[in-house]
Ligand binder design. Sequence first.
Ligand code: 13P
Length: 340
Amino acid sequence: MTLEVLEQTIFDMVQTGKGILAADESQPTMAKRFKPIGVEATEENRRAYRSLLLTTPGLSEFISGVILFEETLLQASDDGTALPEILVGQGIVPGVKVDKGKGPLPGATGDLVTYGLDGLAERLQGYKQQGARFAKWREVYPISQSNPTPLGIEANAEMLARYAAVCQTESLVPIVEPEVLMDGEHDIDRCAEVTEAVLHAVFHALHRHNVILEAMVLKPNMVLPGKECSSHASPEQIAEATVRVLRRSVPAAVPSINFLSGGQEPEESTINLNAMNACFPNEPWELSLSYGRALQQPALQAWQGRAKNGEVTQQALLKRARLNGAARRGEYSPEMEQES
Ligand code: 13P
């Protein structure tokens, strides 16, 4: 029974030409996103903004799932409809971020670890009643000369696998998100080396914990040069490096790989996803997206905290969703940015 539920959720979440919108920012992250547009991160402002995003007409043509923050599961749109219900009405699967943020990993200077395993099963039961059908958990790996350490890689893999196993027991599809950060001067080869080690450890741990690979989604970083790296990489080089690492470490049983944007500009993340699908159309997994900032940034800019900007906000989101839909098929071109 549980397996059938998981399979149905995967079927609904993983669809050709569609991706997942990450709208699961925690309160402090939301405050960070609102600050540049001068909007106070009150509960009402978060609700108003997210309600606009989720009620965007036509969103389901390009988006098959939305990751929500737990607060949003209990919020309603202006007409009083519960926000998860609005998604379901459009044929979009609601999911929820279930980790409790990160802190230093004792014994591994410079590495981080995520909190939230205690009581997770009970929390998942509650989220399920509120409409969530999948979950997300993120582990973060900063790159330095000595990080991530072997202990950091192992401890984080163990967390992701334990989380994923609990999710599947509770009939929720786990999105497993190991994020190797873009910060730093490292080059693309160093990012590839770290990402490969991280993914190898994650899949080893998922295997140890009997996680059903067919019933999960992987949400990794793309393999990129660090933000402060002096040498540039082309979209084709990024696509090649990323797919090489994925081929070496992600079993073909995994149905979908949904990249995070991780601080890439919206256009950049679309170009890179497009290169991946254009250069490598026959991989065993879908090469898809689960962007937060790269889908929302233009919408947030358009909104400015004003109800009268509702329509342009929704148009901005829909445009990025549509362009990423084209990138999912390897059919995006930069000229499409000029279309309204
Ligand atoms: P970004 O695409 O902004 O990196 O966010 C994705 C996400 O869900 C991070 O956990």
